[in-house]
Design a protein around this ligand. Structure first.
Ligand code: ZN
Length: 409
């Protein structure tokens, strides 16, 4: 954790994404190196979610206005949404989705639900669009198009605490594997000076805030409370983390949140049948341990100064051959390691060796090796990792790399 650089500078050098005027401000165009990071993160969390019994769904990136009237987004969130798209043929209008929740609620209510199915955990890496003011846009940390590690859990309100504890455990397990420290939990509560504007009963707000508080205490997590920071549909726990900033202040921003929602089930008329054959309103937990790809990758870049853990590095081994025969050997190594999922890049440009090494370092590879006649003859390679050099025989290359690229548990 050192925050030496702005992620915009790092991402540029690492060739992760760019913005294109004709595509639009705040709409990142991801390059192959950036997509490697996105996909490694997805694989990582999808595996954890599968083991935690989440089921994956997929839903469209837009919906009719009626859906957002029902959800309350057109009342509470319209200023942050892209404008209406009218469709004269069927007298309807559509909006790009600012959140995935309404689609998931409709998946919940698409069939009758029994208590036996709960908690029902639906997950989707969902693309959403939010019309941030142009002055607020900043690299990947403030964008207008983002892809969220989203999930909604439909629960029996009586069991809310058990499930929030499981969600907090999932968050903790992710951040531990990623090696993140120094973040704080914030209990974001309703604004007690504005109780008349609250949707739903004050009693429910207080009950759900208390459930979140009890879970934070039970998990022994470092947290503080802040009034007026709740979502419009309920209180939440925000995970606050420092980003790079020029003034080196300690201001923190949210990377992720866990929301307890007792209002949307009312709006969407959601229900399940309990063991006594009675209709009961579920509650919903909204959660996104890895937030959005955009903001989370910005955070990781700044946190690690671009030196991402090996399993996340877009270039895991950079090979720099010095002549034609060493280029052939580099290609052979590339073929062998890529067949096993290791990300290899060969820099075969005509620039001098010194220049290629300098350019290669900008990509922040996990490791790199120069290959010349000595390596061809000895079949041994000096692999330069970030904190040490190792001489590795050809026959051990694959095993050596794979062992270093494992995701910490
Ligand atoms: Zn949601």
């Amino acid at each position: 954790m050192s925050y030496l650089y702005d992620h915009r500078f790092l991402a540029d050098e690492m060739e992760l994404y760019f913005f294109e005027e004709m595509v639009g401000a705040g709409l990142p165009m991801w390059l192959p190196n950036g997509v490697y990071i996105r996909e490694a993160l997805e694989k990582f969390i999808k595996d954890k979610e599968f083991k935690s019994q989440y089921q994956r769904v997929s839903s469209p990136q837009l919906a009719r206005a009626e859906l957002y009237q029902l959800s309350g987004h057109l009342k509470w969130y319209k200023d942050d949404m892209y404008p209406e798209m009218k469709w004269p043929e069927d007298h309807s209008s559509y909006y790009l989705r600012p959140m995935n929740c309404p689609h998931h609620h409709k998946i919940f209510s698409s069939v009758p639900r029994s208590y036996r199915e709960l908690p029902l955990r639906l997950a989707e890496y969902g693309q959403v669009y939010r019309f941030e003011a142009s002055g607020a846009l900043r690299g990947l940390s403030r964008v207008r198009g983002l892809c969220q590690n989203d999930g909604h859990i439909y629960i029996d309100p009586e069991k809310a605490k058990d499930e929030i504890l499981k969600v907090l455990q999932l968050h903790e397990s992710c951040y531990k594997s990623l090696g993140l420290v120094g973040y704080h939990y914030r209990l974001s509560k309703h604004d007690s000076n504005n109780v008349s504007e609250l949707e739903g009963s004050l009693e429910n707000w207080l009950i759900s805030e208390n459930i979140l508080r009890e879970c934070l205490i039970e998990m022994n997590l470092d947290f503080y409370e802040e009034a007026g920071e709740a979502a419009f549909y309920g209180p939440k726990i925000d995970i606050q983390m420092k980003f790079y900033n020029e003034n080196q202040s300690n201001k923190e921003e949210s990377i992720s949140s866990i929301q307890l929602d007792f209002l949307s089930p009312e709006r969407f008329d959601l229900e399940f049948i309990n063991s006594l054959q009675q209709k009961i309103r579920p509650w919903i937990i909204h959660r996104a341990p890895l937030g959005s790809h955009e903001r989370f990758i910005a955070l990781l870049l700044e946190y690690f100064d671009g030196q991402l853990p090996g399993w996340l590095s877009p270039v895991q081994l950079l090979l720099i051959p010095v002549n034609k025969s060493s280029y052939e050997l580099a290609q052979k190594i590339q073929e062998m390691l890529m067949a096993e999922g290791v990300r290899i890049k060969i820099d075969n440009r005509s620039a001098s060796l010194g220049k290629r090494i300098a350019l290669g370092r900008k990509l922040r590879p996990f490791s790199f090796a120069v290959i010349g006649d000595k390596e061809i003859n000895s079949e041994k390679f000096k692999i330069q990792f970030r904190d040490c050099d190792e001489i590795v025989p050809y026959s051990e290359l694959l095993g050596n790399m794979k062992a270093k690229l494992l995701i910490p548990l």
